[in-house]
Design a protein around this ligand. Structure first.
Ligand SMILES: [Zn+2]
Length: 81
């Protein structure tokens, strides 16, 4: 956080840096993809950018690890004789 000046390190599409205060430490390369806890792999993000990044990573990860969940079929008490 000290290195990044307490400010979100994300950049907008026009090249300007996000002016929001950095509140979340993000792994540039997600730990799930072999990213380290090295300072070079950590970046300070505001919660909005972190959430946006995390949700896109989460979506990709869950599509890779998706398992079908079979719920046991429970009969409704009202249908029991
Ligand atoms: Zn931001």
């Amino acid at each position: 956080m000290r290195r990044d000046g307490g400010q979100c390190t994300a950049h907008h599409s026009d090249g300007t840096r996000c002016p929001e205060p950095g509140t979340d430490v993000d792994h540039v390369i997600p730990a799930s993809l072999g990213g380290s806890d090295d300072m070079g792999n950590l970046a300070l993000l505001c919660s909005w950018h972190h959430q946006r990044k995390s949700s896109s990573e989460g979506g990709r990860a869950s599509s890779l690890t998706r398992v079908s969940v079979h719920r046991p079929r429970v009969s409704h008490p009202a249908l029991d004789d």
